[in-house]
Ligand binder design. Structure first.
Ligand SMILES: [Zn+2]
Length: 162
């Protein structure tokens, strides 16, 4: 998925890395920083705001450092918000973790990271930021969504309904 370069930073092993708005480190730069600051690396700082393709998002990998900041109620077929059953997506940088406690639900997402999975009690589904998806109920069930963001502090209104 296309993501926006937010800034540059230094990885744990001293390499120059891009930080993307999804919370992942970017795919492209692996040069040692040496004595330089990430902000001084020539030809890189001015790329802030550019888009790059994030394969980690395509693989639905929750980024390291993602912190839960909001959790829905446990929903049943009687209480699930209608919007969740139609196409919707989370806001930039906001990840979701669908947790099923009882029964089964179907989690369906489209391009660019297609998913069509039946989640059973104890299963977890990962929702990628800004990735359109919906849930279908498969009989009685109980599930909730935990919203996460790298560094925490995500939007109190984390979902956009289409
Ligand atoms: Zn990503």
């Amino acid at each position: 998925m296309l993501r926006v370069i937010q800034c540059f930073s230094e990885s744990e092993d001293g390499l120059l890395v891009e930080l993307l708005d999804c919370g992942h480190q970017g795919p492209m730069h692996h040069e040692p920083l040496g004595d330089r600051q990430a902000s001084d690396a020539p030809g890189h700082a001015d790329r802030t705001g550019e888009q790059v393709d994030c394969r980690k998002c395509d693989r639905m990998e929750l980024p390291e450092g993602a912190e839960a900041y909001k959790t829905t109620a446990w929903w049943t077929h009687e209480t699930v918000p209608k919007g969740v059953l139609g196409n919707h997506r989370t806001r930039p940088g906001t990840w979701g973790r669908v947790e099923v406690a009882e029964g089964r639900i179907r989690y369906v997402a489209g391009l660019p990271a297609p998913a069509d999975a039946v989640l059973e009690a104890g299963d977890i589904g990962i929702v990628v930021p800004e990735h359109t998806h919906h849930v279908e109920l498969m009989g009685p069930s109980r599930f909730r969504v935990v919203f996460l963001k790298v560094g925490g502090g995500g939007s109190s209104d984390p979902v956009h309904f289409e």
